[in-house]
Design a protein around this ligand. Structure first.
Ligand code: SAM
Length: 348
């Protein structure tokens, strides 16, 4: 297959390939499926429609294809498509298993070796800084997960914007520290890094579905005071947390529908929701807590559990409800540490 500049690529969890294709078939019926590897799907597009916006709730990164490569020299030949000083993003496709079950000693080693080889072969050709800023040109170099068979190099490029993360592959999996009470620590940290929407020390957050407390712990460590709403038990480390700025955790050990306005902080800038309920139900609580914030919100991270095809088919209706929450921007993605879920990230 000839892979030219009229192909688009998306990287995503291998398990979500069918949903990514079905979603794009509705949003962009002009795309023609072209070529795939687990975790990487490409589509042919009419050159005249190459620059039209295209987003999938399941992709963390996307861009234009340049073609395949076997050697570093091939990669550098493709790099003619990006200006000198462009960002270089080299990463491994998602393996067909949860990110936090990868062997941390092996994950990422193939990409790191190739990144070093490209930079050594063309010193100063790419920016040393990896994090892309708005409108930066990025060369994307994608390989198989290090623990799997090497199936060659795929090269693409994109201009950074808010529809994708600023790091290689959008955002890499963030290793969960021993002190974190649950893997939800990685879900919120990856969402923050993918979106660039960064809570500040001194702000307050409400989390619906906070037990045992991985996400709350991440926000506490960032200096926020966190009000967690969950009838379930919180980890003692979260309950006892006292931050340098006096920030702490307040537990509302009740179902989300039963928390009274008077028990919440007067203003909160952040809302997180991670309840293990059907998204249609979870959204009722999100709507309530957005209203209770009285316009003070800066952002929200809403996990949507996608347990089956029925929920997938309901996504447009869910998106319509999320669109009415008053945020000025809403983005969707599936993060490395997600399992049968995606996140809606809202910015006011
Ligand atoms: C995936 S866990 C949350 C993990 C958590 N965010 C963390 O960081 O560790 C889902 C939680 O939703 C809570 N939940 C379910 N229904 C709820 C409701 N109506 N109100 C509040 N919490 C609820 C459950 O008790 C459970 O602790």
């Amino acid at each position: 297959m000839a892979v030219g500049d009229s192909f688009l690529w998306f990287t995503h969890q291998p398990v979500s390939t069918t949903w990514l294709k079905r979603e794009l078939a509705v949003k962009r019926p002009d795309l023609r499926f072209a070529y795939a590897r687990p975790g990487l799907t490409t589509f042919k597009v009419e050159p005249a429609r190459l620059e039209y916006a295209v987003e999938s709730s399941f992709a963390r990164a996307h861009g234009h294809s340049l073609g395949r490569a076997a050697t570093v020299d091939d990669v550098l030949a493709h790099a003619a498509a990006v200006p000198a000083g462009a960002r270089l993003h080299v990463w491994e496709r998602d393996p067909d298993r949860p990110a936090d079950e990868r062997d941390a000693a092996i994950a990422g080693t193939r990409a790191a070796a190739l990144d070093a080889a490209i930079r050594a072969a063309a010193p100063a050709r790419f920016a040393a800084e990896v994090t892309a800023q708005a409108n930066d040109a990025v060369l994307d170099v994608i390989v198989a997960p290090a623990e799997e068979h090497d199936d060659g190099i795929f090269v693409g490029h994109h201009r950074h914007d808010a529809s994708r993360g600023p790091l290689p592959g959008g955002v890499p999996h963030v290793t969960i520290p021993d002190a974190a009470p649950s893997r939800a620590w990685a879900k919120i940290e990856e969402a923050i890094r993918w979106s660039g929407l960064v809570p500040r020390a001194g702000e307050s957050a409400v989390e619906i579905g906070s037990a045992p407390g991985g996400a709350s712990f991440a926000l506490l460590e960032r200096g926020l005071t966190v009000h967690g709403v969950d009838p379930g038990a919180m980890d003692p480390r979260v309950l006892a947390y006292r931050g340098a700025s006096g920030n702490r955790f307040v537990h509302h050990a009740l179902p989300a529908a039963e928390v009274a306005r008077k028990d919440l902080p007067k203003a909160y800038a952040w809302l997180a929701s991670d309840v293990n309920l059907a998204p249609m139900v979870a959204l009722k609580y999100v709507e309530r807590f957005v209203a209770l914030a009285h316009g003070g919100l800066r952002g929200a991270f809403i996990t949507l559990k996608l347990n089956d095809d029925g929920v997938f088919e309901a996504l447009p209706r869910l998106a319509a409800r999320i669109g009415k929450l008053g945020a000025r921007a809403v983005r969707y993605t599936q993060l490395p540490s997600h399992r049968s879920e995606i996140v809606a990230i809202l910015e006011w």
